[in-house]
Write a protein that binds this ligand. Structure first.
Ligand SMILES: [Zn+2]
Ligand SMILES: [Zn+2]
Length: 391
């Protein structure tokens, strides 16, 4: 194991930054205090340039190596936003912002990248430039996309980009990655069934939207099982079923269904959407109600480049003896996909140990993972901007 000694030494201090961030979670693009904290730290470390306000609260810090003209620019990205969850960890550093919580470990990601930035700014054992990128709104809103749209890659001449996320269930100090498609594309579906409504005692005089919606939810489940090639990953989950009435005897006029569509192949994605529309219309017709279907495009599939995945694996192997280089595709989504669409690179998972799952009120980032996570950032930066070899 090649944990950078300096980072092992700094683990406690980086953990304190993490716990500070955990205490003050912020949502979406409104990560103002977090950004201020990050910006101050980067300035303290002696970053050569620190730019804020990209994608509202996003920050880029540039750290030049010994010979900045002879290397490229490597981007390292962390996310800063929290979730609208009421914390139940009971930790002494628990959230002080009501109803907001760092339940996805972005506090840990920010702290680990800050730790790497402090090391790189101090040692400068590389050529070219490291761009540390701190983005808001990963959970919702596509902060990564907004930063890319605002010229992140061109403005800082970034050549390649890397990302990291913690993973509960994977041991601390272990890494997991795969080449090619790693995370799924996520789209949302909203279906409103509209009917005549009426008295629960006289169903023959109404058009029952609730019964139609029940049949629709069941029929939609035939899409993945009957219409998608069984070897292709696909998910359709209807997660919300709502009527506006709270009565025992009123057949509602409207029922709204909300769901998520996950896929990794464009043809499969188009097929899922086509079938959702067709089945919704057909069930609507059969039950005498109207079906309005709205599909919204979300994050695209996240694709690791083959070459850069190898670099990421090699860096991980220098930090850890346990690197899974052929992890299964994850049907979750990640807005780092937008950065990987703009520049080649790779995204890796690092173990969070036996913690509650991500987005759970009892989840907590594991501070013991800091030294290996920060060391990976340093390894990937120094190896891609090597002072001894051509890249
Ligand atoms: Zn999350
Ligand atoms: Zn996350």
């Amino acid at each position: 194991m090649a944990i950078r000694y300096r980072l092992a030494e700094k683990q406690k201090e980086i953990g304190e930054w993490r716990q500070y961030l955990h205490r003050h979670p912020e949502l979406g693009f409104d990560t103002f205090k977090t950004a201020e904290f990050v910006q101050q730290k980067l300035q303290q470390f002696g970053c050569d340039e620190v730019t804020g306000g990209i994608g509202r609260t996003g920050i880029v810090g540039l750290i030049h190596g010994r010979d900045r003209t002879s290397g490229k620019v490597v981007g390292l990205r962390a996310d800063m936003d929290a979730l609208p969850i009421i914390e139940a960890t009971g930790a002494k550093y628990a959230s002080q912002n009501d109803g907001k919580m760092h339940a996805c470990g972005h506090d840990g990601h920010t702290a680990m990248l800050l730790g790497a930035a402090s090391y790189l700014a101090e040692t400068r054992n590389f050529n070219g430039t490291v761009a540390v990128i701190f983005q808001p709104a990963e959970e919702k809103g596509g902060g990564g996309k907004v930063m890319v749209d605002e010229g992140l890659m061109e403005r800082f001449s970034i050549d390649e980009v890397y990302g990291m996320h913690n993973m509960p269930g994977l041991n601390v100090g272990e890494f997991a990655i795969r080449s090619g498609i790693f995370f799924a594309a996520a789209d949302t579906v909203s279906i409103v069934l509209k009917g005549k409504g009426g008295h629960g005692a006289f169903p023959h005089m109404a058009a029952d939207t609730t019964l139609a919606a029940c049949h629709l939810v069941t029929s939609l489940q035939s899409i993945v099982s009957r219409n998608v090639d069984p070897v292709q990953p696909a998910v359709l989950s209807i997660c919300s079923f709502q009527t506006k009435t709270r009565a025992h005897n009123v057949i509602p006029q409207n029922v709204e269904l909300l769901g998520t569509i996950r896929s990794v192949d464009l043809e499969v994605r188009d097929g899922l959407i086509e079938r959702i529309q067709r089945i919704s219309q057909s069930i609507g017709t059969a039950f005498g109600v109207q079906a309005e279907v709205k599909i919204e495009t979300g994050y695209p599939a996240m694709v690791n480049s083959i070459e850069h995945t190898l670099h990421a694996i090699e860096a991980a192997q220098r930090v850890s003896e346990a690197v899974n280089d052929d992890m299964d595709i994850v049907m979750g989504a990640e807005d780092f996909a937008f950065m990987l669409n703009a520049r080649p690179g790779a995204y890796i998972l690092t173990g969070n140990g036996d913690s509650a799952p991500l987005h759970h009120p009892e989840y907590d980032f594991n501070d013991d993972a800091i030294s290996s996570g920060s060391s990976w950032w340093v390894e990937i930066a120094e190896s891609r901007l090597s002072v001894t070899e051509e890249n």
